[in-house]
Design a protein around this ligand. Structure first.
Ligand code: ADP
Length: 220
């Protein structure tokens, strides 16, 4: 489903941030991308949603090979992805409901479909009762749940989560992890970057360790 081969990324002609990264994530799989701050986790995630381009190597997602993708195919390709970020990136002038609905409006879904789908998504993340609240009336944990509902709106193959618990306290972080595991069980693949090893201790999912520009499957 996601195949990354020999990826290299250099910023400003410096030392490579990623020197030779290869990994595979199967359909319906969930993995944690772990490594210290500055290791390049965000950079790798950005390349998977085509925010950054690699200097060498290739990324294949579903039927797309990013090396050969045309600019006009990028919006459609991105619909296979949902992304959540540390800082939620919700629109402050829109309610929880409207933030999720926007993801469906921009792809031209009819009003009735949007209405049903937004209800389903907010119910999934446990926030239907907060649908009329604006982001500044919601806790950090609730904002991240709204962002997660929005990321799932177009039924992505893969949910990318870039340090999604970075602004959450311990309890909210744990409950977000439970939500992600539930979403994964429903069939969505998930790749979550985190520097917080304590948070994921004891969890059964795969760990991909990013350090010194390389990804290793097992900690040595
Ligand atoms: P992580 O997510 O693991 O904390 P990042 O991918 O954010 O790591 O950053 C890896 C390194 O790349 C850092 O040293 C960071 O300063 C550098 N970096 C990230 N983005 C850019 C950029 N746009 N231009 C130059 N350097 C960058």
């Amino acid at each position: 489903m996601l195949i990354i081969r020999n990826l290299k990324k250099v910023y400003n002609q410096g030392d490579p941030i990623l020197s030779d990264v290869s990994l595979e994530l199967g359909k319906g799989e969930m993995a944690f991308l772990v490594g210290p701050s500055g290791a390049g986790k965000s950079t790798l995630i950005k390349m998977i949603y085509l925010e950054e381009k690699p200097d060498a190597g290739e990324i294949l997602l579903g039927n797309y090979n990013f090396t050969h993708i045309k600019d006009k195919q990028i919006p459609r390709m991105r619909r296979q992805l949902g992304v959540i970020f540390q800082d939620f990136k919700l629109i402050s002038e829109r309610t929880a409901w409207e933030n999720v609905a926007l993801a469906l409006e921009v792809v031209g879904k009819p009003k009735r479909v949007i209405s049903n789908k937004v209800s389903d998504l907010l119910r999934l993340v446990g926030l239907l009762h907060r649908k009329h609240n604006y982001p500044d009336q919601l806790s950090g944990g609730e904002c991240q749940r709204v962002a997660t509902a929005r990321a799932l709106a177009n039924e992505p193959l893969l949910l990318l989560a870039d340090e999604p618990t970075g602004n959450l306290d311990h309890d909210n972080s744990q409950s977000l992890l439970k939500l992600l595991a539930k979403i994964n069980v429903q069939g969505c693949s998930i790749l979550m970057a985190t520097h917080n090893m304590n948070l994921i201790e004891g969890l059964p999912q795969r760990r991909l360790y990013l350090e010194d520009g390389l990804v290793r499957e097992n900690e040595s």
